[in-house]
Design a protein around this ligand. Structure first.
Ligand SMILES: *Cc1c(COP(=O)(O)O)cnc(C)c1O
Length: 227
């Protein structure tokens, strides 16, 4: 696996997708996803100039955290259990997977001693898949109204994981729907809510996601090879 070459190719594909986007974002953040990857693989990504890494398991994040340079910015992208929040509040810059009010309360409680808010994206289960976490579309606004009152948590946008399909065109409507919600929430200008990030797109569907307005893509296999 030539990790540096893979990253270059992915960036070209992101730029190509941006050219096709209706409302192109200024830039797209590529977050390499490190689950099941070794430190030596991760170091290749860091050597290629990447400072942001995405991990979806708390335990792996805890193990990897002390083994990478301190300027690395970790994003938690996987489901977060309430009893694990305490392990990551000092390590993570952005949580992509806020999916319940109880989790929001725990994050708020654990950030209070640090006297700063945790940046969070709301995970939305656009396709309403039974086996996936995330709010349903119509739950997002009432949820936002509640969590925007928590002082130690800051909503920075939305995230989704699209259904697994063979042809990424099949999930284009999912991305389009979330991008529409994102744009309407941005317009609403809710207090304590900054709609900066729309995190959608993985190895199999990131080009379509970027075309539909994603400005964060989370990519593992296309960088590191199959898991
Ligand atoms: C594993 C994972 C990814 C990356 O998946 P690939 O298909 O390997 O690119 C992205 N987002 C989440 C939440 C993940 O768990």
């Amino acid at each position: 696996m030539d990790i540096a070459a893979n990253l270059e190719r992915i960036n070209v594909e992101i730029q190509t997708a941006l050219l096709k986007a209706k409302n192109p974002k200024e830039k797209v953040m590529l977050v390499p996803v490190t689950k099941n990857r070794s430190i030596s693989e991760i170091n290749k990504v860091i050597a290629a100039g990447y400072q942001v890494l995405g991990e979806n398991r708390v335990q792996e994040l805890q193990e990897k955290f002390p083994q990478v340079p301190t300027n690395i910015e970790w994003h938690l992208i996987g489901h977060l259990q309430r009893n694990k929040v305490k392990y990551i509040t000092d390590k993570v810059r952005l949580i992509h997977s806020l999916d319940s009010y109880k989790l929001a309360l725990e994050i708020n409680r654990r950030m209070q001693p640090q006297n700063r808010p945790m940046n969070c994206l709301i995970q939305v289960n656009v396709a309403m898949e039974k086996n996936k976490h995330g709010l349903e579309m119509q739950e997002v606004i009432p949820f936002l109204e509640e969590v925007s009152l928590l002082p130690f948590l800051k909503i920075k946008g939305l995230m989704t994981i699209a259904p697994q399909v063979d042809d990424p065109e099949e999930v284009r409507p999912i991305f389009r729907e979330l991008a529409k919600l994102f744009a309407s929430l941005k317009k609403k200008d809710l207090p304590n809510v900054e709609m900066d990030f729309l995190s959608m797109g993985m190895t199999n569907d990131f080009s379509v996601a970027v075309e539909e307005g994603a400005n964060i893509v989370r990519i593992g296999s296309a960088i590191f090879g199959p898991r």
